[in-house]
Design a protein around this ligand. Structure first.
Ligand code: DON
Length: 572
């Protein structure tokens, strides 16, 4: 059997993970690659859980718009997908309104006021294991609720209580545990126990088919419904969270919560051939890296290289290597550091960056560091995509960072807190949990936002909406998203066919191509190895989990729900 045919059979059985940081669970059913996804005439939502897509669609059917649906879907994910859906984390939204205006919202977590540059180092300057990933000190000031209220204030058309109520009802009615979820609860049980005396996830050995009712979370959401944003950012819910964190040795204060604000930002927008791509700007590296990689490969006639073949993999790998080297050096929170975005995404600069690339042999990350910029002009997660019946499009990626974040579970409030602090560079040159290296630009400072890779993205062609997409997967988000743009644009794939393809990833350091196991043909892999590329297919890695929407030529919408998870497209 051909290896790429084997991909979906293997992916159905083996234990999968988004690299070590985001362990996922076995796919228990054997799935054929479905080429065509759910088709809707006017509105579509693709998210990590059926319950969440359904709730968002019900809001659209009530006459709500994509922004209303975003708020309802996000809160429904906080209930039904505690792995990554959250009120204790943060995220980014990229949108395009029906009249073609684009924009972005940053509700990324921030370092607490009491954070210091060396807070994860011991007296010898070495990183203290787990300090930035597990427990109270790993937590960044959460931004999710601030983000949802900011969206509502600017674009909401239904009342906030209408949008939050379905999540409250779902929490009370309970959510049926899927097989994948049951495995995850089992896998993380020990780390939940290590941090928390009690949590709903420890109440019993949850099995697939059981229903969990989230009464504490329902109460929290009711309070937010009744008292608004301030219930969290200064009020009782926030105070209880701060008290719990401080008991566990954390440093977030009520002052941190009172000062937190979500920020509207101009997204990164660039052209790839005749596509216009809009993606997240700093503090996410997503849009800048994607622009660098796609512009670097633009001069090549990609179509002549068969999909996922040796030359295609090589070209993308070399562009990725260079972009991630720049990421490590230059990128950080734009509110704190100058980042030469225009220079880094300039075509002449990128052409020069690619000039030492050779088809004959693998580049060496040890020899390819960040590029030289001449002068500065004045970087566990879930993604969902929405297109409403009015033509508005919303792409949102939200996260706790690792699976269930810091594992700190505010029992009284019924929610997990993030471990986003690990996205900072705790020490220059030392990898974080995604193996990403950082430098001064991404050093910790009070109130600074940690660099992200989350890349909610919108693609237009001929001035019209073409795709809405994004992914979880830490460092691999950027490469997962851009491979899907290329699948559709260069290889004429349908949306579902595209999200189901095997993916690969290179991030400069470590100097290897990470590949989903058994998704690539052995001849291409052999040729790459002969050229000197190191390939890692081990550890049952999966690269991203892409939920996307494609606008078909007749105006219908096709959902791409990634078969790597329980992801579901629903529409009308
Ligand atoms: O912001 C980031 O880039 C990371 N905190 C995202 C984490 C993630 O995607 C984990 N999921 N697999």
């Amino acid at each position: 059997m051909k290896r790429n045919n084997l991909f979906f059979i293997i992916i159905s059985f083996v234990s999968l993970s988004f690299i070590n940081a985001c362990k996922d669970v076995p796919h228990l059913t054997k799935k054929e690659v479905t080429k065509i996804g759910f088709i809707a005439d006017s509105a579509l939502i693709v998210s990590a859980r059926k319950e969440a897509s359904k709730i968002g669609i019900a809001i659209l059917k009530k006459g709500g718009n994509a922004f209303d649906a975003m708020i309802a879907t996000d809160l429904a994910l906080a209930v039904s997908y505690p792995f990554a859906g959250n009120i204790g984390g943060g995220g980014f939204m990229v949108y395009r309104t029906a009249d073609g205006k684009t924009g972005a919202l940053d509700y990324r977590e921030k370092a607490p006021l009491a954070a210091t540059e060396n807070m994860y180092l011991d007296a010898d300057g070495s990183i203290i294991k787990n300090k930035s990933t597990l427990g109270a000190l790993a937590v960044g000031v959460p931004g999710t609720l601030a983000g949802l209220f900011a969206v509502h204030e600017k674009y909401g058309s239904l009342s906030f209580s209408t949008l939050i109520q379905p999540a409250i009802d779902l929490a009370k009615k309970g959510v049926v545990i899927t097989a994948k979820q049951a495995k995850r609860f089992q896998y993380f049980r020990k780390s939940f126990q290590k941090i928390n005396k009690r949590s709903i996830f420890l109440d019993k050995n949850w099995k697939a088919g059981d229903t969990i009712k989230y009464f504490a979370l329902a109460k929290t959401l009711e309070r937010i419904r009744d008292e608004g944003r301030d219930a969290f950012y200064g009020g009782q819910i926030g105070q209880e969270m701060v008290d719990y964190l401080q008991k566990l040795g954390g440093i977030i204060s009520i002052e941190d919560l009172k000062k937190y604000k979500a920020k509207w930002r101009d997204p990164i927008q660039f052209n790839y051939k005749d596509l216009t791509i809009t993606s997240m700007t700093l503090p996410s590296s997503g849009g800048i890296c994607m622009a660098q990689i796609l512009k670097s490969i633009e001069p090549y006639d990609i179509k002549q290289y068969p999909h996922n073949s040796e030359k295609y993999i090589q070209l993308l790998t070399e562009a990725e290597r260079r972009a991630y080297a720049d990421r490590a050096h230059y990128l950080g929170d734009i509110d704190f550091v100058d980042v030469p975005i225009d220079s880094l995404t300039n075509r002449a600069y990128l052409k020069k960056r690619m000039s030492d690339f050779s088809w004959q042999e693998a580049g060496k990350s040890a020899l390819i560091s960040h590029g030289k910029i001449t002068g500065y002009e004045s970087e566990e997660t879930t993604h969902y995509s929405i297109v409403d019946q009015y033509g508005n499009a919303v792409a949102v990626t939200t996260t706790l960072n690792g699976a269930y974040g810091s594992k700190v579970y505010v029992d009284n409030g019924g929610y997990f807190l993030n471990n986003e602090m690990d996205d900072f560079s705790a020490k220059p040159g030392s990898p974080n949990m995604f193996g990403l290296i950082g430098a001064k630009a991404n050093a910790i400072a009070p109130e600074k936002r940690m660099l992200s890779s989350m890349s909610p993205t919108i693609v237009e062609q001929d001035g019209k909406l073409k795709m809405v997409l994004g992914s979880p997967g830490g460092a691999t988000i950027i490469t997962a998203v851009l491979q899907n743009i290329l699948n559709v644009y260069e290889y004429d794939m349908r949306m579902q066919e595209s999200v189901s393809q095997a993916r690969f990833h290179h991030q400069w350091l470590p100097d290897l191509i990470k590949m989903e196991p058994d998704g690539f043909d052995s001849i291409s892999l052999h040729k790459l190895t002969v050229k000197g590329y190191k390939i890692e297919e081990g550890n049952s890695v999966i690269i991203g989990k892409v939920d996307a929407i494609l606008v078909l030529p007749n105006g219908q919408l096709e959902g791409g729900a990634d078969p790597r998870g329980d992801d579901t497209a629903i529409g009308f």
